[in-house]
Design a protein. Structure first.
Length: 290
C-alpha cells in the first residue's frame, strides 16, 4: 500500500466492499469548459478534494467531474472525500452528465486504492425515473416505498423538519429520506445544495424530452435536449396512413405492420428479401411525439 495515503483515507477504502471494480458516485460538478473556472473557484474545489485527488485537479481534461462515492451507503456512513474523476473514454466519445446525477466510477485496481479514478457513464434508472434530460436516481425510492412512518419521526427529531410524503415527489430526495438511508451525508436537501452551487448548471437547459423507441437492430445516439441520430430502418407514417395512426395498437417503431397494428389477412412477410434495402439514417431535432 502506498505511503502517500493518509490514515483516514486508508480506513475509508478499507470499508469499501473488497474486490469492487465499479462504484456508484454522485456528480458534484462537471468541468466541460475548464476555462470558465477561475482560481477562486478552483481553490474551493481543491479544498474539498481528498489528498490523493488534489494533484490531478490542476491538469484535469475536459469533461472531468467532481464526485462522491455512494456505493454501499459509504458516503452516508462516513463522509467520503470528494474525488476528481477523469472521463474513461477519450474525447472522441463524450457522454453527457449533469451535477446531481449518478455515474459509474471505475478504479484500475480491485482494491479501490488508486489515486485517480475514471467515470464511465450515467447510471440508467427504472422507467419512471430515467430521463434523457436529467435523471435523479434517488427517485427510485418513491416507488419502493421504503420510507416507513417510523423513519419520518427520525427526520423530524434529528433535522427539525416536518417530513411529508409529497416532499419526495418529484423533488430531489436524498436516498430513502431517513438519516441512515441517505445517499449523501448532511440534510435531506443535499442534492438541492448541489444544484444551487454547481457551476455546470449555468450551461445546462432543463426541459422535457420525449422518449424514443428503437427497434432491436437500431443503433441510436441521443443528446439531452431532444436530438438523436438513428441508424435503423424505414419508419414513420405515410400520407395514406397518418390519419389512422392514432388508432394503432402498436408503435410504428415496433413493427412493420399497417397503421392499425396488424399484418392483415396475409400475415407477416414470408419472403426474407421483402424488407431488403430498408436501412435508414435519421438525424432528428425537436421530436414532437415518442
Amino acid at each position: 500500500m502506498s505511503e502517500s495515503y493518509d490514515r483516514s483515507t486508508v480506513e475509508s477504502f478499507a470499508r469499501l466492499v473488497p474486490n469492487r471494480i465499479l462504484y456508484r458516485a454522485v456528480v458534484v460538478d462537471v468541468f466541460s469548459d475548464i476555462a470558465i473556472h477561475n482560481d477562486a473557484v478552483q481553490g474551493g474545489y481543491i479544498h474539498a478534494l481528498s489528498s490523493e485527488s488534489s494533484p490531478h485537479f490542476a491538469n484535469k481534461p475536459r469533461n472531468s467531474i467532481i464526485a462522491r462515492i455512494v456505493s454501499d451507503q459509504q458516503s452516508s456512513r462516513d463522509p467520503f472525500p470528494s474525488i476528481i474523476c477523469y472521463p474513461f473514454f477519450p474525447p472522441h466519445l463524450c457522454f453527457p452528465v449533469k451535477p446531481g446525477e449518478q455515474v459509474w466510477v471505475i478504479s484500475e485496481r480491485s482494491e479501490g486504492q488508486t489515486q485517480l479514478m475514471y467515470w464511465l457513464c450515467r447510471i440508467p434508472g427504472s422507467s419512471h425515473v430515467d430521463d434523457l434530460n436529467f435523471t435523479h436516481l434517488d427517485r427510485e425510492w418513491v416507488q419502493t416505498g421504503r420510507t416507513p412512518s417510523s423513519r419520518r419521526a427520525t427526520i423530524e427529531d434529528e433535522e427539525g423538519e416536518t417530513y411529508d410524503e409529497t416532499d419526495t415527489v418529484p423533488g430531489f430526495l436524498n436516498g430513502g429520506g431517513a438519516i441512515d438511508l441517505m445517499s449523501l451525508p448532511g440534510t435531506v436537501d443535499a442534492y438541492e445544495e448541489i444544484h444551487e452551487q454547481a457551476i455546470a448548471n449555468q450551461s445546462i437547459t432543463f426541459e422535457s424530452v420525449p422518449r424514443f423507441t428503437k427497434r432491436p437492430g437500431d443503433f441510436v445516439i441521443q443528446g439531452s435536449n431532444n436530438t438523436l441520430i438513428c441508424l435503423g430502418e424505414d419508419r414513420g407514417w405515410t400520407a395514406e396512413t397518418v390519419a389512422d395512426s392514432t388508432d394503432a395498437q402498436w408503435s410504428e417503431s415496433s413493427t412493420s405492420a399497417d397503421a392499425d397494428g396488424r399484418w392483415g389477412d396475409d400475415g407477416p412477410p414470408t419472403d426474407e428479401n421483402e424488407r431488403s434495402y430498408a436501412g435508414t439514417i435519421d438525424i432528428v431535432a425537436g421530436r414532437g411525439r415518442s
